[in-house]
Design a protein around this ligand. Sequence first.
Ligand SMILES: [Zn+2]
Length: 198
Amino acid sequence: MTPAGSDQVLTLFKDCDALLQGHFKLTSGKHSEWYFEKIRLIEKPAALEKIVDMLADKIKADRLDFDYVVGPAYGAIAIGFLTALKLGKKFAFTQRVDEKMSLRSGFAGIEGAGAIIVEDILTTGGSIQETVDCLKARNVAVAGIYCLVDRSAGAVLIEGKPVGSLLALKVEAFEPEACPFCKAGRPLTKPGASDKKA
Ligand SMILES: [Zn+2]
């Protein structure tokens, strides 16, 4: 499926090798045209900065009232931090402690403040929802939720709304027997550098 994001964003993701286009065998055994290596996003800070600049512009355009940018650990720490820097806001991160999304006691200053949440890649929205719940429990008003890539292409709603994204990309995965890329004879690649399912 053709991504709904702008060509410029797609090019930036490809430039940092975070988004690969081809014919991939996923860890599930299914085949896909697209593969995300989200670790690549934070491996090259200069490339990530260009992507975050675009996200920051999008957030600014929404004219929200907030004090903090919050990212769920670990993927969104670098992205959230850089976003906060670009927007002149404070930064905090949430992390799982004994399976429960939590905020370190050192971030007590966020209580009663407004925040936006920034995530790297939205798949099911699970960690974003947990972050929303964690912030609400600390009386933080969540003014907006953003991600770099929405792999549900707007299908996942958090608090009843789609998440703001730079790139909305519905990734289809096919059983090998039904794979159009196998039928087309495109060589199959098995990415090995990632421990995450694409
Ligand atoms: Zn295939």
